[in-house]
Design a protein around this ligand. Sequence first.
Ligand code: ATP
Ligand code: MG
Length: 190
Amino acid sequence: MNKRQIRTEILDRRNQMRNEQRELAEATILKSLTQLKEFNNAHTIASFVSFRNEIEMRSINASVLGAGKKLVLPLIDMTLKTMTFHAVSELDTLVRNSYGILEPNPTIHEQVGIDAIDLILTPGVAFDQSGYRLGYGGGFYDRFFSELKKATPSIGIAFECQVVVNLPIDAYDQKIHGLLTEAGLRYFNQ
Ligand SMILES: Nc1ncnc2c1ncn2[C@@H]1O[C@H](COP(=O)(O)OP(=O)(O)OP(=O)(O)O)[C@@H](O)[C@H]1O
Ligand SMILES: [Mg+2]
């Protein structure tokens, strides 16, 4: 299967999850995340806002703030094909973009340099057993990871139904360090 076919299949699988199953998985993931050393050691955490039926990130983002950490969220520029991260201290100040996704407002949410980030909670459509990920196809996270100057830990956050054995890989695809699902945390050799 090519990347496009895998995206369709996995999004389909994720759509079929029942509400109770989702909520149980989300609660398990939140609890495990807050117990991770990467979470507890981080001062600044890059997270994301859920898109469509992605895992609910609001309670995770609220926990980052509740733990007294700096929460930074992505802002995508479709024309420039860039992704910047901005500090958000109140989730209610996010604004809805033309795709319906909540995002920071760069006039009130200050941009934070990528090397100031201590942990990157990473979204994705599909993840494989070696640490490769497949996003929605924009290449935003691949570009972002390739620009990092240090080995900042990156942990994918997803449901177990989004995990496959092997993903098709292009030269620019970047690996993540770990993957957290309701089945637990996996670490990958880099
Ligand atoms: N480091 C890079 N520099 C320039 N272009 C890149 C880079 N990495 C990826 N791209 C471009 O991004 C496009 C989409 O890549 P891909 O299909 O792997 O996206 P994805 O991994 O699903 O997206 P994302 O990383 O946003 O989750 C490709 O056409 C590729 O040329
Ligand atoms: Mg990619």
